[in-house]
Design a protein around this ligand. Structure first.
Ligand code: FES
Length: 74
């Protein structure tokens, strides 16, 4: 999430990155292997909100290399 905001891209959120709202989900188009593994919070949020595997909860994810992403509101 910090990387996206730092790049000037807006990221939806209503929990201030506390890992509660799941609104910060971002679709990963390329580079899924360049992201940290989902943590317990992300796994819980994705199951609770029925979020697909191509979406990562950005406030719970670390970027480790190049990725290509998209959001429905961009
Ligand atoms: S900003 Fe709310 S879960 Fe990521």
């Amino acid at each position: 999430m910090r990387c996206l905001i730092g790049a000037g891209l807006p990221v939806a959120s209503s929990c201030n990155s506390e890992g509660v709202c799941a609104k910060c989900g971002i679709r990963i188009l390329e580079g899924m292997q360049n992201l940290s593994s989902p943590n317990v919070t992300e796994i819980f949020l994705k199951e609770k909100n029925n979020i697909g595997g191509e979406i990562r909860i950005s406030c719970q994810t670390q970027v480790l290399g190049d990725i290509l992403v998209d959001a429905s509101y961009w």
